[in-house]
Write a protein that binds this ligand. Structure first.
Ligand code: NAD
Ligand code: FE2
Length: 385
């Protein structure tokens, strides 16, 4: 195959105040009634109202579903879909971080394709494009507003299913940093490290190509410049705006190149213990980088340069290690916990590792991992080696 298909939303708007543009896009898709999918927290702090005020002023009808929880489950998706049907909706507006946006994508796919959401676990399993989705991002972030992926926890098997499917791409992706100023520092830190993980995994993924390389390196640079600032001062609009671009570009990069072993393992912590996704990635990132190093040290050296580390007197090995060291220190400065401070239990490591090997993210990892390798990386992270 000598061609590449690019996956991206039909429209994107990024910048302070961009939610004002929503009504004209509703007119374009001729949307009659939206299901607004969000979570209770965002409803209570008034973030949802900022968007519904725009809909109210423009006379756009909608029903509200505020029941999304972090690491959303199959039953939660079914509940949201039942509201969508009962209310006679014909398109979706997701407001939130990855969890509400992923539920919106799942409902969008079910509304057009029927069946159970478990049927769509894996790569391109649906037949038809979902109903139109306006994805309004509030964390920076998962990149869910831009990606062709969504994640749903199978609560029976305690596994996070990663669906990669071009049919779930949003019609309109919105990133308004003004919606992000209320993110507390730990959430800013965790979601920012998720974005960094997307960029790094995309940069070293087996399927990377020049388009994704450019996006990934620029995203890494912006995280290096602004994540700590956004954690220290949530009202720093320049830092929030940088993080919007970083998470969007990192999302676009991995949506086109793929993920890797960090996500394959992090999904298990989310599915088994409900560990927040960004925290799980942030904890595992440098341990997986150390494991992958023999397969991609030149690429890690590029990441060091993107982080503005002066590598001019370093060997590729030293530069790659400098990148890992930088990220370890960044994680400490923004108070990312250690694996031993989470619900992880060493006695679960075999099950977690078996599931990680089956994760949709694993095949793109630059180094082929065995069961023993995955177990060792979990345990290295646990003992903070
Ligand atoms: N679709 C994808 O491409 C993709 C990629 C990575 C992760 N994910 C998935 O996304 C989910 C994680 O999403 P997330 O990390 O964005 O968090 P989240 O959506 O689970 O939200 C976590 C908490 O943050 C709060 N919150 C969100 N925005 C806020 C804001 N602006 N101000 C204050 N509080 C706010 C929410 O109310 C919630 O309590 C996981 O299920 C993960 O697997 C999806
Ligand atoms: Fe992620």
């Amino acid at each position: 195959m000598n061609y590449k298909e690019l996956y991206q939303p039909a429209h994107t708007i990024i910048g302070k105040g961009c939610i004002q543009e929503i009504p004209k896009h509703i007119d374009t898709i001729a949307g009659k009634k939206a299901l607004v999918v969000t979570d209770e927290g965002l409803y209570k702090i008034g973030t949802v109202k900022k968007v519904t005020d725009v809909l109210d002023r423009a006379g756009k009808p909608y029903a509200l579903y505020t029941g999304v929880k972090p690491n959303p489950t199959v039953s939660l998706v079914n509940e949201a879909k039942a509201v969508y049907d009962r209310e006679g909706c014909d398109y979706l507006i997701g407001i939130g971080g990855g969890s509400p946006l992923d539920v919106s994508k799942a409902v969008s796919i079910l509304a057009k394709n029927g069946g159970k959401i478990e049927d769509y676990n894996g790569l391109d399993k649906s037949k038809k494009s979902g109903v139109p989705l306006i994805a309004i991002n509030t964390t920076a972030g998962t990149g869910s507003e831009v990606t062709r992926a969504y994640v749903v926890t199978d609560e029976v098997r305690k596994v996070k299913m990663l669906m990669v499917d071009a049919h779930c791409l949003s019609y309109l992706a919105l990133n308004d940093p003004a919606l992000m100023v209320d993110m507390p520092a730990p959430l800013t830190a965790a979601t920012g490290m998720d974005a960094l993980t997307h960029a790094i995994e995309a940069y070293v993924a087996k399927s990377h190509f020049p388009f994704t390389d450019g996006l990934a390196l620029e995203a890494v640079g912006l995280v290096g410049k602004s994540l700590q600032k956004a954690c220290e001062n949530g009202r720093d609009m320049d830092a929030r705006t940088d993080m919007c671009w970083a998470e969007y570009m990192a999302g676009l990069a991995f949506s086109n190149a793929g993920l890797g072993m960090v996500h394959a393992m992090a999904h298990q912590l989310g599915g088994f213990y409900n560990t927040p996704h960004g925290v799980a990635n942030a904890i595992l990132l440098t341990y997986v980088m150390k494991y992958n190093l023999p397969s991609c040290k030149d690429r890690y050296a590029d990441i060091a340069r993107a982080l503005k580390i002066d590598t001019s007197h370093m060997t590729p090995d030293q530069a790659a290690n400098a990148a890992i060291d930088y990220i370890e220190k960044l994680a400490e400065r923004i108070y990312i916990p250690k694996l031993s401070q989470t619900a992880f239990k060493p006695s679960d490591v075999l099950t977690l590792s078996l599931h990680a090997l089956e994760d949709t993210g694993m095949p793109e990892n630059p180094r082929e991992a065995t069961l023993v390798d995955v177990q060792k990386v979990f345990m290295d992270a646990y003992y903070a080696k």
